[in-house]
Design a protein. Structure first.
Length: 402
């Protein structure tokens, strides 16, 4: 329901001419806003700055019920705290939604974000429900990186990436093993969908950590985006401690540090040994060598070039050549990445856990269909895409008896 329509409906609840009733409603609304602000650990001054409403005095007046909200301000507050406008006004079903942090490439339609966020959070909660019913670990306490945007250096970030690589035991090709490691070691929920509101998103809540990636990106870019968003997830608490949104300069710095983290995590120096040996021995390195190496490591050629540049093994002109010469782009296109399994909106682990709960009688067929985002009639066909069969007797065969 639109904010302005909600506003008009709310005014119908008030008794015209009865100022005391209006005052009481304003006070109740102010208390709800105050509760949300304190839940986010924000001062009145910080909230005023984030909303652009002028001063802490205005927030104080709103929270005390001494100043009525305008429709525009109601919209800003509802959007900022991730609650429905009507819930904010009436207190019904009043529940703050987990915050979703977006990465924007500048080409996205932000009006699509609320729809993407709603679907993302619902899937995260469903995933946590399935984990609970299946009796497996859900929310894991993730490591928290001590990010200080004005102080943390590239060297700090590379050190964090190295430690993260060790904790996850990513092996010789981190890009290829990262997704499974995040799901199985840290319980991070990873979803893919057609993103129109941003290029990737991260969320953290009672369900643990979660990352949303774009299905339309090529596999090598999805892996880099996954590592990039992991940085934001691991620095989530440090950013929240600021108690405010990031300035434009801070946002730019944060994104740069995330790129450095992703590059180091996916391309550790030991994975570059074949190329580095040639470069250190001043032997010629062919473009085909670089492209082939990138394919084996599961990253884009451009990501590999930037990593070599940051390690001071190649000049910036090599990257410029790759970007500007059509013949190199065509050569890169011809050497396709290894075929990837088809990407489903729902993680394979989620589907298998839901299926297991259904076979154990913990959820009904109707609930199974709801969790699979389909109908009961279409459920067999949807499960068949995952090579699962509701009618297969073999699933219930006892393997070991007491």
């Amino acid at each position: 329901m639109g904010v302005y329509l909600c506003w008009e409906l709310c005014k119908l609840f008030r008794k015209r001419g009865e100022l005391e009733m209006d005052k009481k409603l304003d006070q109740e609304l102010g208390l709800r806003i105050q509760a949300l602000r304190k839940h986010r650990k924000l001062t009145q001054e910080q909230l005023a700055k984030s909303l652009g409403v002028g001063s802490a005095q205005i927030i104080s007046q709103i929270e005390s019920g001494n100043r009525a909200l305008k429709a525009r301000e109601l919209s800003q507050l509802a959007d900022f705290f991730k609650v429905a406008p009507m819930a904010l006004m009436t207190g019904n079903s009043f529940e703050a939604q987990p915050r979703v942090s977006w990465r924007d490439d500048g080409r996205n339609d932000r009006t699509q974000r609320p729809e993407n966020e709603q679907l993302f959070i619902r899937r995260c909660k469903n995933y946590a429900l399935i984990e609970s019913l299946a009796g497996v670990g859900s929310a894991v306490q993730l490591p928290s990186l001590p990010l200080r945007l004005n102080q943390s250096t590239f060297e700090d970030v590379e050190d964090w990436a190295e430690r993260t690589e060790g904790m996850l035991r990513l092996g010789d090709t981190p890009a290829m093993s990262l997704k499974n490691a995040l799901e199985n070691t840290w319980g991070i929920k990873i979803f893919f969908t057609n993103l129109r509101g941003g290029s990737a998103a991260t969320a953290k809540g009672e369900f643990g950590g979660a990352i949303l990636l774009a299905t339309e990106e090529p596999p090598c870019r999805q892996r880099f985006s996954l590592a990039h968003e992991l940085f934001h997830l691991l620095t989530w608490d440090s950013v929240c401690e600021l108690g405010r949104g990031l300035s434009e300069d801070e946002e730019g710095r944060n994104e740069t540090l995330a790129e450095v983290f992703a590059s180091r995590l996916l391309l550790p120096a030991n994975s570059l040994k074949p190329i580095l040996r040639k470069l250190r021995a001043s032997k010629p390195v062919l473009w085909i060598d670089l492209i082939q190496q990138a394919r084996e490591l599961g990253v884009s050629t451009l990501a590999l070039l930037w990593r070599l540049y940051n390690l001071k093994h190649i000049p910036k002109s090599v990257i410029d050549d790759f970007k500007e010469k059509p013949a190199l782009a065509e050569l890169d296109r011809r050497f396709k990445h290894k075929p990837e399994p088809s990407i489903s909106d729902l993680p394979l682990r989620y589907v298998h856990l839901a299926f297991r709960c259904h076979m154990e009688g913990k959820i009904s067929t109707a609930k199974m269909a709801e969790l699979m985002e389909t109908t009961v009639g279409a459920l067999p066909r949807v499960l068949a895409e995952y090579e699962l069969d509701l009618d297969a007797d073999a699933y219930e065969t006892t393997v070991i008896s007491a």
